[in-house]
Design a protein around this ligand. Sequence first.
Ligand SMILES: Nc1ncnc2c1ncn2[C@@H]1O[C@H](COP(=O)(O)OP(=O)(O)O)[C@@H](O)[C@H]1O
Ligand SMILES: Cc1ncsc1CCOP(=O)(O)O
Ligand SMILES: [Mg+2]
Length: 269
Amino acid sequence: MDWKLWDRIAEVHPLIHQLTNVVTVNDCANITLACGASPVMADAPEEAAEMAAASDAVVINIGTLRQDQLEAMAQAGESANKQGVPVVLDPVGAGATRLRLQAVDRLLKRVRFSVIRGNSSEIGTLCGQRSGRGVDANLEDLDSHLSSFRSLAKNLQTVIAMSGPVDYVTDGEREAYVENGTPLLTRVTGTGCMLTAVIGCCLGAGIEPFHAAILSLAAVGIAGEMAEASLSETEGIGTFRIRFFDEMFRMNSKTLEQAGKVKLLEKSV
Ligand SMILES: Nc1ncnc2c1ncn2[C@@H]1O[C@H](COP(=O)(O)OP(=O)(O)O)[C@@H](O)[C@H]1O
Ligand SMILES: Cc1ncsc1CCOP(=O)(O)O
Ligand SMILES: [Mg+2]
């Protein structure tokens, strides 16, 4: 794993156009800045395509979806595809309602995504195993689903990045497991959304999608581990959230190399 790729974000300082949810939009903008990239949040249909074409990567997150926003997302994605700008999808709560399920279906028909990042329920739903209440994960027996995740990646010509206790990344040929992280990351809303924004930063810096996903999963996991380790007995989730931002701001290739727990199974299929 070439951890030095991470430093490209600060060197390139890419512009990351994000069409995202109202719960975590501010956290996504701040994590983008913390990584050394520049965020712009723009989801009006009147400007989404123009903004996407002028950006280095586009992040589409359906967390609090509305119909007009969906059209803006599709237009931004199409415009990005036309200009060769990479696009990453976060299918938040894809299995929770019909609106979300249909939205993901429409987006996948109109836009080619470089990476799709979701939790196990969201990725399972994309494979036809509809699951998930709300936005949190509850798909079980993940090992039995790995071959469908690989087929999904192959069919959509994308990289699937499934986060969880152990993260799994595949482009249909190559596979990787990332073992960094802490359950505390699930006790703060937005860590998945921020992870997807970080993937956008890596893509915008020109890092190819498979490695962009691995680097981002390792970075977020390690920042979570370090934030947790810094907590005193009287500190809790509020302090964890702040320290997580601090650790992402301080993240560099050396820390990634020392603390990254990645198993790469290249050409494993
Ligand atoms: N049980 C866990 N143990 C360690 N890390 C976890 C655990 N669950 C999730 N993570 C980490 O939390 C981050 C957010 O992932 P996740 O919670 O799956 O996304 P989402 O918030 O979209 O459901 C990822 O970096 C993931 O590796
Ligand atoms: C709670 C919630 N509801 C709609 S979007 C959202 C945020 C989800 O963020 P994450 O998936 O990163 O925890
Ligand atoms: Mg999520």
